[in-house]
Structures are given as C-alpha cells and as structure tokens.
Ligand binder design. Structure first.
Ligand code: ZN
Length: 121
C-alpha cells in the first residue's frame, strides 16, 4: 500500500458507511447514482468513499451483511429522518436500500483502500 491520501483537516469528512468522523481509509470510487428510496437523496455518489476502521474491517472481510446492519444501526442511533417512528417493515426497506447502495459501491470501487491521514498539507 504505497498511496496515501491527505485530508486537509480532521472533521471535514465522515465515514460514508456509518457517518463516523474517524476517517481512516479511502476507497477510490467512480461516481454512481444512489438507489432511490426513503432516506436517500436523489443524487449520487461523487468520487471516493471514506471509511472508518470498523467499516473498513467489514469491507475487507467481505461481510456485507454485517456492514449493512452496522450502517443501519448507526442511522437508527442518530434518529435521523424520524427513524424512531419507523415500522419494522420500513426499517427492513431501508436496510435493503443500504445493501443495494453498498452493492453499487462494490461495483464502482477502483481498487484497494488507501490510508487516510489527517493534518497533512
Ligand atoms: Zn464507518
């Protein structure tokens, strides 16, 4: 692993999988469209994906179910978008969207993860 990607300042970016501010990895990724559905902006993914250590471990071990569960858990934990009021079916729907989102990430990533370091110009 020779390439290093520099992030200008800590806190400027969050993990694209679980929104943790502890970015440790960067996945070179081609832009792609998000699946459409509740909780997803009707835009797309532009450029590289950032990941924390936890999500990096899921990705590197190929545990996509685990990653979807972890992403869902962190979303629910933040109670974003009124998740507290969601039914079980709605939560399953969102989990399905995360699985699809991660599948698209998998199809569009362009190689191995790079270490991300903070605070270097
Ligand atoms: Zn993460």
């Amino acid at each position: 692993m020779t390439d290093v990607f520099n992030i200008p300042k800590a806190g400027e970016e969050i993990c694209d999988f679980c929104s943790s501010p502890e970015i440790k990895w960067r996945y070179p990724t081609k832009s792609f469209e998000y699946p459409s559905g509740p909780g997803f902006e009707k835009t797309g993914s532009h450029g590289d994906w950032a990941a924390c250590d936890i999500c990096h471990d899921f990705i590197e071990s190929g545990d996509w179910d685990g990653l979807a569960d972890w992403s869902l858990q962190t979303m629910l934990g933040r109670k974003a978008l009124g998740f507290a009021a969601l039914t079980k079916d709605e939560i399953q729907l969102i989990r399905g969207m995360l699985v699809e989102l991660h599948k698209r990430f998998r199809e569009h990533r362009m190689g191995d993860a790079l270490r991300a370091y903070y605070g270097r110009a």
